[in-house]
Design a protein. Structure first.
Length: 295
């Protein structure tokens, strides 16, 4: 029904309805009683985490005045009461349910976009890696180091970085990313075997080509999960991964004779997470083996 020009923009009954629903605990109480045969005071109080007994008492009394709920005595000795929705209350519950659906559709923030930047001068490899990841992530591609830097911004969460590219190499791109303190995880991908120069690369993961689909997908997913940890924990897991890869390729004696390796081992010990850190994260990350390529 349309309003006439003389009708108030917000009629009194609408203002009353808005006033009733705008009070913090009123809709919550209605939803708490929805679909039940009634609840006692203590039960409602337990369901509504954070409500005080005084506030709940007042809210129940007001909803009774509006005939939204009904109070019934279940027993007198000891006194036990039950609160149930009236017919009016059940109608209001349908309204609240519709409002909840509307809010979920229109007010819920969209999921944060997860962006992966694939940098590889081989078009075939870039296309293949994109196909493997594009169903889960927004994928950008770059063919050389300069284009990688142009396409890198704060939206990028993970860079899949070819080590040998024309112009700026992957090593140089990585050094620039770290110097700019981008909050981005980097997995270096290369056709070269694992060498001791890995000690000098501040990478989060290191893969040797050809990289299998499941390996790449698994590593990228893990790197996004690592972004939820604090900086110290991220550094610990990345360093642990690099040292574990070297321990597979080299004997303990040859590694211990390397000064840079000893320094990084000492740094790893400094970063050792506490039991609280481990409980807050996935414990498997602190016991993980080096990533195995699926060729």
């Amino acid at each position: 029904m349309s309003n006439s020009p003389d009708d108030p923009i917000l009629p009194g009954h609408l203002l009353d309805s808005v006033s009733l629903l705008s009070k913090k605990w009123h809709p919550a109480i209605v939803r708490c009683l929805s679909g039940t045969d009634g609840r006692g005071f203590s039960d409602i109080e337990r369901q509504l985490d954070g409500v005080s007994a005084k506030v709940l008492t007042d809210a129940l009394a007001e909803l009774q005045e509006y005939e939204v709920i009904e109070r019934r005595e279940v027993s007198q000795s000891p006194l036990r009461v039950n609160y149930t929705l009236t017919e009016r209350g059940r109608e209001l519950d349908s309204v609240i349910d519709s409002l909840a659906d509307w809010g979920e559709t229109h007010l819920t923030e969209p999921a944060t976009e997860r962006v992966v930047l694939i940098a590889d001068d081989n078009p075939r490899v870039g296309t293949m890696h994109t196909a493997w990841l594009e169903d889960e992530y927004t994928v950008r591609t770059a063919r050389d180091g300069e284009e990688t830097l142009r396409k890198l911004d704060t939206d990028v969460g993970v860079v899949v970085l070819d080590r040998r590219m024309p112009g700026l190499s992957g090593d140089e791109v990585l050094e620039w990313i770290r110097s700019q303190r981008y909050d981005v995880r980097v997995v270096m991908v290369t056709s070269e075997d694992i060498d001791l120069d890995l000690l000098d690369l501040a990478v989060d993961e290191y893969l040797v080509k050809p990289t299998g689909k499941e390996t790449l997908r698994s590593v990228v997913a893990e790197l996004f999960e690592r972004r939820e940890h604090d900086a110290q924990l991220q550094e610990y897991v990345a360093l642990q991964s690099r040292l574990a890869l070297l321990q597979v390729e080299y004997t303990a004696e040859s590694l211990e004779s390397n000064e840079e390796y000893r320094k990084l081992r000492s740094r790893l010990a400094e970063l050792e997470p506490t039991s609280e850190d481990i409980e807050a994260a996935d414990i498997e990350r602190f016991e993980r083996a080096p990533v195995a390529n699926t060729r």
